[in-house]
Design a protein around this ligand. Structure first.
Ligand code: SF4
Ligand code: FES
Length: 234
């Protein structure tokens, strides 16, 4: 079948600003949007800049706007979207070229919340693994699924208007450790997330939950982090 695509293009060396270009390619209904972008790059215009790695919904590198909705291009099938299919870069991050944005501000927010296991640095090394019950593991299971695609953060109106906000993905990854029974850094992280750029900037728009390709309950995780910060409940 013929598939019509409207792709946002921007070459900083030639263009004053972004514009759309139309392409018609031959594709199957079960092809993924990432396959279509590869076809455009292979047969129509090799200068098209697209970021991707795994092609299977795991690396999180190909988040784009598809008909105005944040999604991974490798997880959306041609048959499931209305034509012409509009593809734009995710919003709120500096545009580098075509569909590629600068992810540095996103990862800066992520690193601010110390997304790693924190233990007492002067405590004696444990002599065996840190045990955890199934219930304790279950407590943060949802937020372990994050692949750092930025679909949530770049669908957030607060992040669009204030790049200082750490954003939903950073809070999701803080949640993953705050509620881990083996971690001892919850207070430190909650202090960071109680600051002016932290979790209380969230206005519960729910865009993040709708955007997450991993089905993570992002808004719920943010609410749990806010409660933990207010009531020390972790
Ligand atoms: S929470 Fe979901 S949308 Fe946000 S970065 Fe992680 S996987 Fe992507
Ligand atoms: S290319 Fe890795 S998630 Fe889509």
């Amino acid at each position: 079948m013929d598939v019509r695509l409207r792709i946002q293009r921007f070459n900083p060396e030639q263009d004053d600003g972004p514009h759309f270009e139309d392409y018609t390619i031959d594709a199957e209904p079960m092809d993924r949007l990432l396959d279509c972008l590869h076809k455009v790059k292979a047969y129509e215009d090799s200068s098209l800049a697209v970021r991707r790695s795994c092609g299977h919904g795991i690396c999180g590198s190909d988040a784009v706007l598809i008909n105005g909705v944040n999604a991974l291009a490798c997880k959306v099938l041609v048959k499931d979207v209305k034509q012409p299919i509009t593809i734009e870069p995710i919003r709120g991050l500096p545009l580098i070229k075509d569909l590629v944005v600068d992810m540095d501000p996103f990862f800066q927010g992520y690193l601010e919340v110390k997304p790693w296991l924190i233990v007492d640095p002067v405590a004696k090394e444990p002599e065996r693994e840190r045990l955890q019950s199934q219930e304790e593991r279950e407590r943060f299971d949802d937020t372990t699924k994050c692949i750092l695609c930025a679909a949530c953060t770049t669908s957030c109106p607060i992040f669009w208007s204030d790049g200082g906000y750490v954003g939903p993905a950073a809070i999701v990854n803080a949640h993953r450790f705050i509620f881990d029974s083996r971690d001892e850094g919850a207070r430190e992280r909650l202090e960071i997330l109680s600051s002016k750029n932290g979790a209380f900037k969230c206005r519960t728009a729910f865009n993040c939950t709708a955007a997450c390709p991993r089905g993570i309950q992002v808004t719920k995780a943010i609410q749990e982090v806010k409660q933990a910060a207010l009531f020390g409940s972790f």
